[in-house]
Design a protein around this ligand. Structure first.
Ligand code: C5P
Length: 274
């Protein structure tokens, strides 16, 4: 049996470069894995099973864990069966990459259990067939991602931060947020300059998906203002929302109706999982 963390991510900055002919958007984003995580257990069995502690998440073949298991078998030609238990903690529709992380963790786990027929780079490339963010979770935890998000450049770990994830009860649909993008309102920041600035100790936090997300859910703009007023040094929506990450110190004692997760950055070493 193998039991693994399946970590969430945040986007420290996210630039949308433009729309692509395939309907996706060209991105440039610095991704970071965080210690807020689901837990997935894998055991070899005589048939494929998938169970989940959260009844709202379908455990059919459409589930990203089941799709990753299927893809692994198809790519490797290995005919073995696995019983998988998914313990969810990462909120869904939050911009935290929970489903993508679950898919990446499944590819990693099955590869371990089958004697590592694939390299980490192959797993990352297979992952991109399951979703734009899946490859990132096969990086070592800090990566500059371009293309749909699947082209990775790994970076060394960043300095640890006091990090709080705040998630309102309502979630957001990623395609709906992208659908509201106004290309005249994108951040003019050069993402390569932003990246260099990060590693020179002058981080710049921005997310081109905040404005369209605030249009879909206007309460999010109010929540951001409220969080900024609590004293945090940075408050930024993660991915396509609806969660925010807050850096620094803030007094959250009066906040109600929100899920809050104090957490930190995590990274992994090549050859090891989180
Ligand atoms: O790749 P994934 O299935 O995670 O993407 C979910 C949705 O997010 C896509 O259907 C698309 O609407 C949007 N998306 C996008 N451009 C990206 C990544 C995602 O438009 N680079």
């Amino acid at each position: 049996m193998l039991s693994l963390k399946s970590p969430a991510k945040i986007n420290l900055f996210l630039r949308v470069i433009g729309r692509r002919p395939d309907g996706y958007h060209e991105l440039a984003s610095l991704f970071q894995t965080i210690d807020l995580h689901d837990t997935i257990s894998f055991i070899e069995a005589d048939k494929d099973v998938l169970r989940c502690n959260d009844p709202s998440l379908a455990t059919t073949e459409a589930n990203l864990v089941a799709r990753a298991r299927q893809l692994f078998k198809q790519k490797t030609g290995i005919e073995r069966f696995f019983s998988i238990h998914l313990e969810k903690q990462i909120p869904m529709q939050a911009g935290l990459g929970g489903g993508s992380s679950n898919a990446a963790t499944t590819l990693w786990a099955l590869n371990q259990l089958c004697g590592r027929p694939a390299s980490e780079m192959e797993l990352a490339s297979w992952g991109s067939e399951l979703g734009s963010d899946v490859s990132f979770f096969l990086s070592t935890g800090t990566a500059y991602c371009t293309g749909r998000g699947e082209i990775l450049q790994s970076f060394p770990s960043l300095e640890q931060q006091n990090l709080l994830i705040v998630k309102p009860s309502q979630g957001l649909s990623t395609p709906q947020v992208y659908g509201k993008l106004d290309f005249s309102q994108l951040n003019p920041q050069d993402p390569k300059a932003a990246l260099a600035s990060f590693f020179l100790g002058n981080p710049l936090y921005f997310n081109d998906l905040e404005i369209p997300a605030f249009q879909v859910m206007p309460e999010l703009a109010t929540l951001k203002e409220k969080l900024v007023g609590l004293g945090f040094s940075t408050v930024l929506m993660s991915g396509s929302g609806s969660s925010f990450f807050c850096l620094g110190e803030g007094n959250v004692s009066d906040l109600s109706g929100l899920q809050m997760f104090p957490t930190c950055y995590i990274n992994r070493k090549p050859g090891h999982w989180y």
